[in-house]
Ligand binder design. Structure first.
Ligand code: ADP
Length: 302
């Protein structure tokens, strides 16, 4: 039902008392290796909810790549679209200091080698997908090919993260464009003439005016806001359940995966978002990204 096209990373995390100055060495905690990357996160989140999910991504022919593939399969994701080799698996080198602040170096590695040709080679996966969900941790030209490779009637969902200017044909395909506050401001800041809207409703309206077919703005603990183009462009607020937030890592990925899956099942945008905020809220009640993603039962129990 759902095809996720995007990144897969190994997140390598070390706790430090303080960061090294140039030329200096500091000792840190034991290394923790976590599966990450927005594509891999979304695929696991959807599969854990019970969605029939495939991942189109690229990893290296190395231990990190094998670990990521194994975790995708364990979550129930169809992985025949995961290409192997060409560069090392993408890695995020993360140091965390005692105040909890992260410093991160990302090596895109194999993610940067997921090509438009890889998309064309995956025609079989596209044929079975009612919704294709992408993000921007892979080359933009690959995302543009995803838009073209879709079967007629296959819906395209995009989380533009990390934010970048989008070609008009990609923006026009987004149904919805899913942005958090930071991404919304970036997308609108890049708009000629600037943008001074203060409220999420203003951002949604402006993003529709830029060409997106529909827009979802995620608002953290406040939930989300949805707005569709066409005749009825009124924005609708979708509140999030109140939870004790422990770690918001991956919340946006869980939200977007849940939204895409429910859209694949034929729900309208506001109904799908009402489910997705519950999934995002459940994900923030646990530490970590992929390990924090809820099952359908856990969402129902919230
Ligand atoms: P991102 O992780 O991309 O910055 P948000 O912070 O907007 O995205 O979170 C995405 C979704 O996760 C929200 O729409 C909401 O459903 C849920 N969420 C995030 N933070 C909280 C929170 N503190 N309490 C409840 N739900 C949350």
């Amino acid at each position: 039902d759902l095809l996720v096209v995007g990144s897969a990373n190994a997140d390598l995390v070390i706790g430090v008392e303080r960061r090294p100055a140039p030329g200096e060495t500091v000792l840190g905690s034991d290394l923790a290796v976590h599966p990450g990357g927005k594509g891999a996160n979304q695929a696991v989140a959807a599969a854990r909810l019970g969605a029939r999910t495939a991942l189109l991504a690229r990893v290296g022919d190395d231990a990190h790549g094998r670990l990521l593939l194994e975790l995708q399969r364990a979550a129930g994701v169809e992985t025949r679209g995961v290409r192997v080799g060409g560069a090392p698996t993408g890695v995020a080198l993360i140091t965390v200091d005692p105040s909890g602040d992260n410093s991160i170096v990302v090596s895109p590695g194999a993610n940067a080698r997921l090509t438009p040709e890889d998309v064309r080679d995956a025609a079989g996966l596209f044929a079975g997908a009612r919704v294709v969900s992408a993000q921007l941790e892979i080359p933009l030209e690959t995302v543009a090919e995803v838009v073209r490779a879709r079967a007629a009637g296959t819906r395209f969902v995009l989380n533009p993260s990390p934010p970048a200017p989008l070609p008009a044909d990609v923006l026009a395909a987004c149904d919805p464009l899913v942005v958090n506050e930071h991404e919304a401001r970036f997308m609108l800041g890049g708009h000629a003439g600037g943008y001074d809207g203060k409220e999420p409703e203003d951002w949604a309206r402006a993003l529709l005016a830029l060409g997106a077919r529909s827009v979802v703005v995620t608002l953290g603990a406040e939930g989300a806001l949805v707005a569709a183009g066409g005749t009825d462009t009124a924005a609708v607020r979708v509140p999030s359940p109140r939870v004790d937030a422990v770690d918001t890592t991956g919340a946006g990925d869980a939200f977007t995966a849940a939204l895409a899956w429910r859209l694949a099942r034929g729900e309208d945008l506001a109904t799908a978002a009402a489910f997705a905020v519950r999934v995002g809220a459940a994900a923030v009640t646990k530490e970590g990204a992929q390990v924090s993603f809820p099952t359908a039962e856990e969402v129902a129990a919230l």
